[in-house]
Write a protein that binds this ligand. Sequence first.
Ligand code: SF4
Length: 340
Amino acid sequence: MAKTIVVIGGGVAGMTAASRLADLGEKVILLEREDQTGGHLRQWDRLFPNRRPGYEVLDFLMENLEHKVDVRCNQGISSVSQQPSGFSLELEAGESLPCDALLLATGFDLFDAHKKEEYGYGIYDNVITSADLEMMFRSGQKITTRQGDAPSRVGFVHCVGSRDEKVGNLYCSKVCCVTGVKQAIEIKEQFPGAEVFGFYTDLRMYDRHFEEMYYEAQQKWDINFLRGRVSECAENQDHTIVLKIEDTLTSRPLKMTVDLMVLLVGFVPSPETLRLAAMLGIVVGEDRFLEPVDEHTRSNFTIQPGVFLAGASKGPFSISNAIADAGEAALQIHEYLRTL
Ligand code: SF4
């Protein structure tokens, strides 16, 4: 008899795993809380490192789902419980959904920049996040300050909400350095005469072609990267932003004024992931992301038989890594279902 797998989460990892499982002949139901699939990718304009439009990847994932997977949007889950044979999900709409296996592909949230009060997000007009900037790029309009002026000086602040003991997030979010480099280049593409600065702790250009993009940013676009921590910001009467920076190479304090300050916000676990993990008895790490049984050899398995993990519910992931991880999860689930 056909087995049923429920994939929870319709972002990149959930969409990939669902379509792969369907290709392997499984009956798949994909539950998404929002009114459409696509997750954070829907808000992204161009992807690193090659700056291809994000919609190309989104369209590819959407097409792969079509006619193969039972996709159900606007589906909140009230509860999930283990049954003698498989699991039972109670949906907020009142429906009961039995299944043989579950994949948690519940993704991540972006760090809430309001929590770093010293940066003035939500208070100063021209302090925005990398997600806000990406939406501005996506709108197709020229980037301006909140007052409608072309920015002549732009600063990017790295590690906002990551590698930061004060907010309880010691981990690196992996992709915000490369996002900052990509966005800095995109600012220069629009405003070749603008001065653009990146204030970093370390530059972590970990994947293929990332380092080359960093060289391009410096050599072709003359973007300045300064190793330093932004300690506080203030707003001038003309709405420019004054930054105080501790230069961690020279140990000298710096002061700089920019027209636009971009906070490179990192990943945090979503409350929904943690709620489902508690219901299912899944191990949560000290960083609050979900723990697989073995991060090297069984990275899609949980301690609960029949419950699997994919993508950023386990920690920061790039889109390409989330797709690869979800493909592996699909194979592992397919093998597991054959044992039932
Ligand atoms: S990727 Fe870069 S900006 Fe992001 S947390 Fe790591 S070091 Fe900081």
